[in-house]
Design a protein around this ligand. Structure first.
Ligand code: PFF
Length: 458
C-alpha cells in the first residue's frame, strides 16, 4: 500500500487551513451578507458566532480527522463508529456541491482580473457584471479554467500541491489586502464606509434576530470551512502531536482578521464612490453581484491607470483567496477516493473536477440557480453536517474527544473538558436551532425561499 501523505510542517497545515478558510466567503459573500443583514449589527453577531460556534465546531472536526488519519467518510469507521460514516458523507457531498458554484464565482473573478488588465471593465463599470461576466458561455468557459487550476494543484498532492501553494498564497493575500486597505483609507469619503461598517445599530439585531442570527452563524461556519468535511480531511494529514486548540485559534483569528480587513477595503471604496451597500446593488445582479459591481463602479471614478492597477490587484487577491479554498473543497472529495478506492490522485482529481464542472453549469447560466445552490449548501447541507458532527463528538466520542484535544498540550487544564460540555450543550442546541430556523425559512416561508424552486433559467 502507498504511504498516506502528511503535511511537511505544522505551519504548512495551519496555512493550508487558513487558505481554505479565507476565500470568497470573506471577500464576496461577507460584504453582501453584511449589507443584507443590517451592516455593523451583522458584524458583531458574526464575531460572536465565530468564537462561540465556529471555533468549537472547528475543533470537533479536527478531533475526528486527527484521531482517524483517514478521509472524512472512512474516519468514523476507523475510530470504531462506522454507523456514523454518513455524517462524513454528507459533508463530502456538501464540498462537492459547493465547489460547483464556488468555481463559477471563481470564473467571474478571473474575468474581472483580465477585464481590468485590458481596461474593458471600465468602459461599462455598472453593467459589466450582468451583461458580460455573470452568465453565459464565457462564464461557463471561465468556470472551466478556474476548475482546471484547482485540479492541477490538488493533483500535485498534499505536500507538493496544497501545502506549497498555500504557503505563498496566504501571505500574499494578507500583504495585498493591507496595501488595498491603506489605499482605501486615503480616499475622500472613506470615513463614511468605516462608520457604516463599524457602528452597529443594536436595535436592528434585536428586531431581525430570527434572520440575522442564522445568517451570521451560517457565515461563520462557511467562512471557517466547517460542515464540509474539509477540516476533518485536513486534520487527517496531521502526523505529529500538534496542539489542536492553538492551531484552531490561530486559524479562526487569521480568518476573522482577513475577513474584517476585506470589509475595510470594500466598504470605504463603496462609500467613497457614493454607493450604498445593499439597496443600490441589489438591482445589479442581486447580492451575488454586489462586490463585483460595487467595487468596479467605485474604481471607475479614479484615473484610468490607477483604476486598472487597483482593480487587477483587488481581483487578483480575490482569485488567490478563492483558489486556496477551492483546492480544499476538491481535496475533501479526492481523499475519499484515493484512500478508499486506491486510485491514483491525479486522474481522480481530474475526473471529479470534470463532474463538478458539469454540475456547476446551471449556476454559470443563471444567477437564480447560483443562489439556489448556495442556499442548499449553506442553509441545509452545512448545518445538517455540523449537527451530526457536534452530536457525535460531544455525546458519542465524549471523553475520547477530550483526550484527543489534550494530546499535544501540557494537559490543557480544564479547558478541554469545558469545551466538551460546551459542544454537548450550547453548541448543539445553537446549531439545531439554526437548522430549524433554516428549514422554516426554506419550506414554510415560500415568499422568502428561492431554495426549492429556483427562478426560470435566464
Ligand atoms: N471558507 C471558504 C470561504 O470563506 O470562502 C469557503 C469554503 C471552503 C467553505 C472550504 C467550505 C469549505 F469546506
Amino acid at each position: 500500500m502507498v504511504r498516506r501523505e502528511t503535511w511537511a510542517t505544522r505551519v504548512g497545515f495551519i496555512l493550508a487551513a487558513i487558505g481554505s478558510a479565507v476565500g470568497l466567503g470573506n471577500i464576496w459573500r461577507f460584504p453582501f451578507q453584511t449589507a443584507d443583514n443590517g451592516g455593523a449589527a451583522f458584524l458583531i453577531v458574526y464575531l460572536i458566532a465565530v468564537i462561540a460556534i465556529g471555533l468549537p465546531a472547528l475543533l470537533a472536526e479536527f478531533v475526528i480527522g486527527r484521531r482517524a488519519n483517514i478521509n472524512a467518510i472512512e474516519a468514523f469507521r476507523r475510530i470504531n463508529y462506522s454507523r456514523w460514516s454518513f455524517a462524513g458523507a454528507i459533508g463530502v457531498l456538501a464540498s462537492f456541491w459547493t465547489l460547483s458554484y464556488y468555481s463559477v464565482v471563481g470564473g467571474w473573478v478571473i474575468r474581472f482580473v483580465y477585464g481590468f488588465a485590458s481596461g474593458a471593465v471600465l468602459e461599462m463599470p455598472s453593467s459589466y457584471f450582468t451583461d458580460v461576466a455573470a452568465t453565459g458561455v464565457d462564464a461557463v468557459a471561465l468556470h472551466a479554467v478556474f476548475m482546471g487550476i484547482t485540479i492541477l494543484i490538488v493533483a500535485l498532492g498534499v505536500e507538493k500541491g496544497i501545502e506549497l501553494a498555500t504557503k505563498f498564497m496566504v501571505p500574499a493575500i494578507v500583504v495585498l489586502l493591507l496595501g488595498l486597505a491603506a489605499y482605501a483609507f486615503t480616499l475622500p469619503g472613506a470615513a463614511e464606509g468605516y462608520q457604516y461598517y463599524l457602528s452597529p445599530d443594536v436595535g436592528a439585531i434585536v428586531a431581525d434576530a430570527p434572520s440575522v442570527i442564522p445568517a451570521a452563524v451560517g457565515q461563520a461556519l462557511f467562512s471557517l470551512s466547517v460542515g464540509f468535511s474539509v477540516m476533518i480531511t485536513y486534520a487527517s494529514y496531521l502526523s505529529g502531536d500538534d496542539n489542536l486548540g492553538t492551531d484552531g485559534l490561530s486559524i479562526a483569528i487569521a480568518n476573522t482578521f482577513i475577513g474584517v480587513l476585506a470589509g475595510a477595503v470594500v466598504f470605504p471604496l463603496l462609500f467613497a464612490a457614493g454607493i450604498q451597500p445593499g439597496g443600490d446593488l441589489v438591482g445589479s445582479g442581486g447580492g451575488a453581484g454586489a462586490v463585483f459591481v460595487g467595487v468596479t463602479t467605485a474604481l471607475a471614478n479614479l484615473a484610468p491607470t490607477a483604476a486598472r492597477v487597483v482593480g487587477v490587484i483587488f481581483f487578483g487577491t480575490v482569485l488567490i483567496a478563492a483558489l486556496s479554498s477551492s483546492i480544499s473543497l476538491l481535496e475533501a472529495v479526492v481523499s475519499y477516493l484515493v484512500d478508499n478506492r486506491g486510485v491514483a490522485r491525479a486522474p481522480t482529481a481530474a475526473g471529479l473536477g470534470v463532474v463538478i464542472f458539469l454540475l456547476g453549469i446551471p449556476s454559470a447560466m443563471s444567477l437564480e440557480w447560483l443562489g439556489w445552490f448556495d442556499g442548499i449548501a449553506v442553509s441545509l447541507l452545512l448545518p445538517i453536517t455540523v449537527v451530526l458532527v457536534v452530536f457525535f463528538v460531544g455525546w458519542v466520542l465524549g471523553p475520547e474527544a477530550v483526550d484527543e484535544i489534550r494530546r499535544g498540550t501540557r494537559g490543557g487544564g480544564s479547558l478541554p473538558t469545558a469545551w466538551l460540555w460546551w459542544v454537548r450543550t450550547v453548541l448543539l442546541l445553537a446549531i439545531v436551532g439554526v437548522l430549524l430556523l433554516n428549514l422554516n425559512d426554506i419550506f414554510l416561508t415560500p415568499e422568502s425561499g428561492y431554495y426549492i424552486v429556483p427562478g426560470p433559467l435566464r
